[in-house]
Design a protein around this ligand. Sequence first.
Ligand code: GDP
Ligand code: MG
Length: 236
Amino acid sequence: MEILCKLSSDQNKVTGENQYDSFYLANDVDQDDIKAGQKLFTKQIEFIKGITSTAYMPSEGYLEVCFSGRSNVGKSSLINSLTGRNSIARISKTPGRTREINFFLLDQNKFLVDLPGYGFAKAPLKEREKWERLARDYFFQSQNLRRVFLLIDSRHGIKASDIKLMEILSEAGVTFQVVFTKFDKVKEACFNEIFKTSIGKLASYANAYPEVLVTSSKKKHGIAILRANICQLFVR
Ligand SMILES: Nc1nc2c(ncn2[C@@H]2O[C@H](COP(=O)(O)OP(=O)(O)O)[C@@H](O)[C@H]2O)c(=O)[nH]1
Ligand SMILES: [Mg+2]
């Protein structure tokens, strides 16, 4: 929290420039929303299934949010931090391992959806094509998706493979929100540059949510704010 506030004041420098005006770091989150988010994530959570084809998507009658990002971005760690479970999502030392869309049921009718990672340099073309087909099918077919959280490594910023995903989301008309991960691994000055470059890349996407989050699963930074955001998305 402390770090987020500090960044938010620095970020004014960034928002002073016109093209960046529409994006901002999460700040001043309502305490009631924080509490509601906390409460939601104390509910029971259960791994339902992993699918390799959208033909096996869970049936109707629920809402969902999805987490997506490059392999090794810290997606499993973030899902574990959010849910307070150490191993609900598998943390991998080897990038590019998970090939399935994983569905975690939260509080009976809400899903956290974990999309396979992308952008792994060593993945063969066939694998990459398979990923794209699965992602496209999912984003175009899902009726219940409230938002995609696009995870970006704080050290690296938005890469070409992230832009590819942003293009697919644009075509499918799905809103995405950038969540920077592994913030503990980056120096503040360096991050300010990464942040600035990244939001410059977001500027042309009408489906990019204006609020950007900064998290560290290791230090538990930004987790409460992300829980609050997810909770709000699940209010019908
Ligand atoms: N320092 C630090 N390391 C992290 C953080 N989140 C994930 N990692 C590490 O990054 C690696 C990949 O994490 P994982 O959650 O499996 O990434 P995924 O491939 O996106 O699911 C693991 O070694 C994690 O321990 C974080 O917030 N801080
Ligand atoms: Mg993972």
